[in-house]
Design a protein around this ligand. Structure first.
Ligand code: 13P
Ligand code: SF4
Length: 354
């Protein structure tokens, strides 16, 4: 939908007034009305790097969700302030693993006598507390673009991996990229005693998957893949690895948001695509590539936007930029020093993965 011209003008003026003092990052799942003001766009991996590469910017305005702003705060210099335009922009997946639950899980693994063999690998989509836990226990962070490399690294350090918090990315990467079997993976349920697993099951497992998922990607189904193949003969089905294993298995290709964009850039004219990821991105890609005669549809018309990503809208961005331009430091995201130090350890392990 077209943006309110008055708000567009106010955002432009406030940004101009701030000049080099502000750097605006936009995740691919953000609304068009917000993306138009982003100095860079990217997936969570690229944005984490971009935030760290802008030491001259006093304010990093992160148009994305809470865990991304935390990561930016951890990776940026001491003089830099990370700002999230709406503090209610969280991530339901990240909320599925709390510090207390993960500490309890580690006790369970210790009781089972396997903690020394376990290397934690945590998806970027997790709170700073979980990243700090990961750093403390010798593990690494991963994103959907480097999960395979992260898991290969982890299995060089230990015999078992505890993968947090997205069971689907963990399972899909283990089975599709590392050649593990579904039986090598067990699901740890933080709401059940002992994770709902027997000690023997924990000892036999190679991958201990945390029972978390993305409420958006988790809704794509095998039926939606079947339906789109019927509706559009010759369609290529390309889905994000946060989708369920059976959906990924039914698709033609699987990849992170950056992978999806690249695949569509390289796709021949006349090709047809059904994409299973967040709707803002799919709509933007459909519009962008329509002129090149590439037909791009959303995999499942009943799935909607990521509601927390969508909380960042033009009014919130305008309010944020105008506040900063007037010297009011609003909505700052700050991770305490100890948590930040251990998180940084895990993030830097990711950034230096081969
Ligand atoms: P990427 O940006 O790593 O592809 O992750 C997608 C996502 O769900 C972010 O919240
Ligand atoms: Fe979290 Fe899913 Fe939204 Fe990404 S799309 S921010 S994983 S709820």
């Amino acid at each position: 939908s077209p943006s309110d011209p008055d708000l567009v003008e106010r955002a432009r003026a406030a940004k101009e007034k701030l000049g080099d003092k502000v750097f605006v990052l936009g995740h691919h799942y953000q609304r068009d009305e917000v993306i138009q003001f982003a100095d860079v766009t990217g997936d969570s991996f690229k944005l984490a790097r971009d935030a760290a590469a802008r030491p001259e910017a006093e304010y990093i305005v992160f148009c994305g969700v809470h865990f991304m702003a935390e990561s930016a705060d951890i990776l940026t210099g001491p003089g830099q302030k990370v700002v999230l335009p709406d503090l209610a922009a969280g991530c339901s997946m990240a909320d599925m693993a709390t510090a207390e639950q993960v500490a309890e899980c580690w006790d369970v693994l210790t009781e089972a006598g396997i903690a020394e063999q376990v290397v934690p690998v945590s998806y970027m989509n997790s709170s700073a507390d979980i990243k700090a836990f990961t750093g403390r226990h010798g593990g690494t962070i991963c994103t959907s673009s480097n999960a395979e490399r992260a898991l290969n690294w982890a299995f060089e350090q230990g015999e078992k991996v505890l993968f947090l918090p997205d069971q689907h990315l963990g399972r899909n990467t283990a089975v599709r990229d590392l050649g593990l079997s579904l039986e090598d993976c067990v699901l740890y349920n933080p709401h059940k005693p002992n994770g709902g697993l027997t000690t023997q099951e924990l000892r036999d497992a190679k991958m201990i998957l945390w029972r978390g998922h993305c409420s958006v990607h988790g809704r794509f189904s095998v039926e939606s893949v079947r339906d789109v193949r019927e509706r559009i003969p010759g369609v290529n089905v390309l889905v994000h690895p946060e989708c369920k294993h059976e959906v990924v298995s039914a698709a033609d290709q699987v990849g992170s948001t950056e992978y999806i964009i690249k695949a569509l850039e390289e796709a021949p004219a006349g090709s047809k695509w059904a994409i299973g990821t967040e709707l803002n991105l799919v709509q933007r890609l459909a519009n962008r590539f329509a002129a090149e005669d590439k037909e791009i549809v959303f995999l499942d018309r009943t799935v909607c936007f990521c509601s927390t990503m969508n909380r960042i809208d033009l009014p919130h961005l305008v309010w944020t930029l105008e506040s900063l331009a007037e010297g009011n430091e609003v909505n700052r995201i700050q991770v305490d020093k100890e948590t930040a130090d251990f998180s940084r350890l895990a993030l830097e392990r990711m950034l230096s993965l081969p």
